[in-house]
Design a protein around this ligand. Structure first.
Ligand code: 5AD
Ligand code: SF4
Length: 440
């Protein structure tokens, strides 16, 4: 029996898929990268924007065609699935399984799929975050430290699809990372919808008296003190929970590399309020000031939504102003997509698709200029790059500031042996979306 996994969306979904793969391997399924060979297709879906949901619906004809050839084919949907989409999607998939129940996938497939190997009782009893993943990279690992979100930003489905915040025990996270570092992993991504609300009340005290709660800064310090040469990164953070303790901690943790994604969403206070984002443009700006003071070389990225209901040209101007002021290194600019069930969906989607596109372009043009000017400052500098791939004799990797670095260098590049390791690179050129350099 062969399985094929299709992953849509963010790093969290990639991490989910690594757990799905691990459960299936324990049931003696074999992985195939060729969908046409698969007896079992698992889709980890994303519901954040309608376009992502449409892509899942777009798989229907392919499944129909495959079913005609392989009557035994089974399809499973998991990841971020909304209750209201389930009825329609159940017409396409044989099973829709909550990601938190993925360890019990054999209960669904048993008999019906002739599965001979049930996943073990121990695995079936595990919390899904506790399943040992089948890491998709041999040097960069995604570690979910928490899942779910309690913030209910008015446009966002995550609190409905992933539900309430749950943090993983710190001890378990540290143990997983220690093992990875022993196995030569170089980059550890700590994942969560809002990592800075991570809380492990390890003493089980119900938060009374001498609570030994481990918060995100404490967890970072624990990970930073694991011996070995590796980088720590995390995503994503809510500005409202970005405490002074966290700023001080990341500035002091040598293994934390100076790249931060800090979603702004809008630079206008009215829109922020309507988004249920409890900070103002000035508060965001001050937070960035504090972070840059502690780490002047930090590379900053953000998430923005353009065309939120009621966003006027004036509101956009405020975002543009802040965007120019802050000078981001990178930004993920999203066109607002109404999501049924969220509170913003009750508001009129007042900005036309063409205008949303235009607003996206306005911000992208500013980003191009600010990113280029940050990147140009690195020309002539010698930096460390984690090499992650090679194509046509060109190596690619990421800098500490999470910038893509392209390294084209004739004869020294005959082998693949640099992939998965740190290399010293002299930066020779820069463009808005990355750097070019030579090995030194
Ligand atoms: N429409 C557009 N973008 C959205 N995001 C979340 N929900 C929506 C939506 N309904 C964006 C936010 C968030 C990122 C992960 O996705 O910018 O930070
Ligand atoms: Fe969604 Fe807001 Fe939670 Fe981020 S913080 S996952 S945008 S509800």
């Amino acid at each position: 029996m062969k399985y094929h996994i299709i992953t849509f969306g963010c790093q969290m979904n990639i991490s989910d898929s690594e757990r799905v793969a691990s459960v299936l391997e324990s049931m003696k399924y074999k992985k195939t990268s060729n969908i046409n060979e698969a007896d079992l297709i698992v889709v980890a879906m994303c519901s954040v924007r309608q376009t992502a949901v449409d892509r899942v619906h777009g798989l229907a004809p392919k499944f129909k065609k495959m079913n005609k050839i392989n009557k035994n084919l089974k399809t499973v949907l998991t990841g971020c699935v909304l209750k209201k989409d389930k009825r329609n999607l159940s017409k396409i998939f044989n099973y829709i399984i909550d990601i938190k129940d993925i360890q019990k996938i054999s209960d669904f497939l048993e008999d019906k799929h002739g599965v001979k190997f049930r996943s073990s009782e121990i695995l079936r009893q595990k919390d899904y975050l506790n399943i040992m993943p089948n890491y998709s990279s041999r040097f960069s690992a995604n570690i979910p430290i928490m899942t779910g979100c309690n913030n209910f930003c008015s446009y966002c489905v995550v609190p409905y699809s992933r539900e309430k915040e749950i943090s993983r025990p710190a001890e378990e996270i540290v143990c997983e990372i220690k093992n990875l570092v022993k196995n030569n992993y170089k980059e550890i991504w700590l994942l969560g919808q809002n990592v800075n609300s991570y809380k492990d009340c390890a003493c089980q005290c119900d938060r009374t008296d001498n609570c030994k709660e481990i918060n995100f800064p404490k967890l970072l310090k624990m990970i930073n003190s694991i011996p070995g040469n590796f980088w720590i990164r995390f995503t994503s953070s809510h500005p409202k929970d970005f405490s002074d303790e966290l700023v001080k901690t990341i500035a002091g943790c040598k293994k934390y590399k100076h790249y931060l994604n800090l979603p702004l969403q809008s630079g206008d206070n009215n829109i922020l309020r309507k988004m249920n984002r409890p900070y103002t443009a000035v508060q965001y700006k001050n937070l960035v000031k504090k972070i840059r003071k502690a780490m002047p070389d930090i590379s900053l990225s953000t998430d923005i939504i353009v065309g939120f209901p009621g966003e006027t040209k004036k509101h956009l101007e405020n975002t543009v102003k802040l965007f120019r002021d802050i000078r981001f290194d990178m930004a993920y600019i999203n066109k607002y997509s109404p999501r049924a069930g969220t509170s913003a969906a009750k508001l009129k989607d007042s900005v036309s698709p063409a205008e949303k596109k235009h607003r996206e372009k306005v911000l992208t043009e500013i980003l191009k200029a600010t990113a280029l000017s940050h990147n140009k400052k690195l020309i002539g500098k010698k930096i460390i790059v984690l090499i992650d791939s090679k194509k046509n004799n060109i190596y690619f990797g990421k800098s500490e500031g999470y910038k893509t670095v392209k390294i084209a260098q004739e004869s020294r590049l005959k082998t693949n042996c640099l992939i998965g390791g740190f290399s010293r690179v002299k930066i020779t050129n820069a463009n808005p979306w990355g750097l070019e350099g030579i090995l030194i």
